[in-house]
Design a protein around this ligand. Structure first.
Ligand code: AMP
Ligand code: MG
Length: 604
């Protein structure tokens, strides 16, 4: 029996199981004080039989529950108890019970009973009782506490059932060495964790594809100095070190009065001056003095605390402080350098320069920055049926959508783009287009013509000018993908179906552009959301459903699909605000379960 235990808590859970009469409760009653003595705070979940009750007839709480309240919570200043009427067919669900534990109040949960449930357990065994061993059919047993005459396999820790200190040592060690399982993202970005492909027949996983693509990308070294005002979503080439303190002077965060906290007892204080932003008080504040001060104005020497104007009264230069008992030393004072100190790295090389970063650089006085050269991306479409928007649509043809989605996403990533139009499906034109594009662009992207059954011109043309691999990626949509090199340029042959194009671009081209551009944080964000409907996939491939996430009434992020998911239906992208990503080891996700989403965020 191997059922994986998924612990919903950030603390370890350890069970104690045995046939009844072995002495579980007796042991726990001794173990709990022994663990408490070691400073370990415990929660215990105990399995009980039948219709147990913790309340007493006649108590108000008992009577209210009997009157029909589904939950009764009794609380005093020393303890509280929540009683819930929750009749279920079988045993109560351990996961649900564990979620009731307040993990910040305890260090480990001990579970007594629940013999059949999958969770790490210590088995208690007395050979004299002639009961079978549980570990032979339960892989979750980590140790056996028993007497001398029990046989214990080498793979399990042997504990002495009568030696409480030894068992406490084991529990303490278990707690200390326990590590919270890391959230398993549906796509893996750490090369060491990506399994190698098992054979060309099977195709490769999304993770393998990304890692192989990235291994071919060298970050650009070319930099340029650009005026701050002209920088738009570019990548910083060097660490920027602040030459000044921000703020430069210690100043007031409020309109109010500045004084020394130690002078509070000398109130009323004497108002000796008014300090406006951009000015300062030339003298040192003396005992019993205050200044009227505006937001942003330098706090005079001798003052360390500000009281907002609305909590003061001033008459004839005499200042009365209201609610003086709430004043804390240093309140409403912004210290020099508290945002950024002189000499500190204010922004690291590889940062993408958005509105906040540009504002920060400006606040440090920089009007130009060293930034990496923009990647140049050239894009063309192929296919006899593909027509130019604006032209008349010939029978059996479709308008070119892919060039527009690709160019738009590349621009959003800060690239300079070259539109090569629609290229005729013949070997000669494609060959010259590719070799010409490679002289102008760092990345050349085509769409269409890479799936089996296509006119093979793009393959032949690529073979003439560079090295390319045609991959089958275990994903939907977007199975076929060509990746290669033409001289120093990277080539991507994306599939033809418009949704497959966008999804493949997001997963493979986006990280390549970000790495090439010198960005250090290129990994896409994954956010857990609750599936508002059952989501279907298939093991062996990564599913990218188009989703709409929103905040549910209970405050959780929930996600549903946009409906029909055909890989040619651009409407499914238009109506979506995220991709729902289902890992290749998952067949389906029931409604109410957690699933990872990739919000489109800044790309679409
Ligand atoms: P292919 O991979 O060339 O067989 O194309 C797969 C599907 O995508 C076909 O239905 C094509 O008509 C369609 N397709 C190919 N290129 C484009 C394009 N640039 N814009 C819109 N649809 C396209
Ligand atoms: Mg085609």
């Amino acid at each position: 029996m191997t059922v994986v235990f998924s612990n919903p808590l950030p603390i370890p859970v350890l069970g104690f199981c045995a046939y009844s009469g072995t002495g579980k409760t007796t042991l726990l009653k001794q173990l709990i004080p022994a663990l408490n003595q070691r400073g370990i705070r415990l929660a215990v979940i105990k399995h009980a039989h039948h219709n147990f009750d913790v309340d007493i007839p006649g108590k108000d709480s008992f009577e209210m529950r009997k009157a029909g309240a589904k939950q009764v919570l009794v609380a005093s200043h020393v303890r509280w108890a929540l009683m819930t009427e929750d009749p279920v067919e079988d045993d109560p669900k351990l996961q649900h019970l564990l979620r009731q534990i307040e993990a910040d109040k305890v260090d480990i949960v001990l579970v007594e009973g629940f013999k059949k449930l999958a969770l790490p357990k210590i088995e208690l065994h007395r050979a004299a009782h002639n009961k079978p061993l549980i570990h032979v059919h339960d892989d979750n047993i980590v140790a056996i506490a028993c007497c001398e005459d029990t046989q214990v396999p080498d793979s399990l820790t042997r504990l002495d059932l009568n030696n409480v200190a030894q068992i406490a040592d084991f529990v303490e060690h278990y707690k200390n060495s326990w590590q919270a399982p890391k959230a398993q993202l549906p796509i893996c970005f750490n090369d060491a964790d990506i399994p190698k492909p098992t054979g060309s027949e099977q195709g490769i996983s999304v993770s393998q594809g990304i890692s192989t693509v990235l291994s071919q990308v060298l970050p650009t070294r070319e930099t340029e100095l650009v005026d701050l005002i002209d920088i738009d979503n570019r990548v910083l080439a060097h660490d920027i070190i602040s030459e000044i303190n921000v703020p430069q002077q210690t100043n007031s965060a409020m309109d109010g009065y500045a004084f020394a906290f130690d002078n509070l007892s000398k109130a009323p204080l004497k108002v000796v001056a008014e300090v406006l932003a951009g000015h300062h008080y030339p003298n040192v504040l003396q005992s019993g003095e205050a200044v009227r001060i505006m937001t942003g104005a330098t706090v005079p020497q001798g003052a360390d605390t500000i009281q907002p104007r609305e909590l003061t009264q001033e008459q004839d230069n005499q200042l009365t402080l209201l609610e003086a008992e709430h004043i804390t030393k240093g309140q409403h004072v912004r210290l020099a350098g508290e945002d950024i100190a002189q000499g500190e790295v204010a922004l690291a090389a590889g940062s993408r320069l958005g509105a906040a970063e540009l504002g920060l650089m400006a606040s440090l006085g920089f009007n130009r920055l060293p930034i990496f050269k923009r990647p140049v991306v050239a894009v063309f479409s192929t296919g006899d049926e593909v027509s130019q928007p604006g032209d008349e649509l010939k029978p059996n043809c479709i308008y070119d959508a892919n060039r527009y989605t690709i160019l738009s996403m590349a621009k959003k990533l800060g690239c300079q783009v070259i539109d090569l139009g629609i290229i005729d499906d013949n070997e000669q034109t494609l060959t010259s287009t590719l070799s010409d594009a490679a002289t102008k662009a760092d990345i050349v992207i085509s769409s269409g013509g890479v799936s089996v059954g296509n006119a093979d011109y793009i393959k032949m043309a690529l073979a003439n000018v560079g090295s390319t691999h045609f991959w089958r990626i275990n994903m939907r949509p977007g199975r076929p993908l060509a990746v290669g090199k033409i001289d120093q340029s990277l080539f991507f042959g994306l599939p033809g179906n418009p949704v497959a194009v966008m999804v493949s671009f997001m997963q493979f081209v986006q990280p390549a552009i970000r790495k090439l551009a010198g960005e250090t944080q290129w990994q896409p964000q994954f956010i857990p959301a609750i599936a508002a409907q059952p989501l279907r996939s298939k093991t062996g491939r990564t599913e990218f459903l188009r989703g709409v996430y929103s905040i549910a009434d209970n405050g959780q992020i929930q996600v549903k699909t946009t409906g029909a998911q055909g890989s040619g239906m651009l409407n499914s992208m238009v109506n979506a605000n995220c991709l729902i990503v289902i890992a290749d080891d998952t067949a389906s996700i029931p409604a109410g379960e957690s699933v990872f989403i990739q919000p489109f965020a800044d790309l679409l």
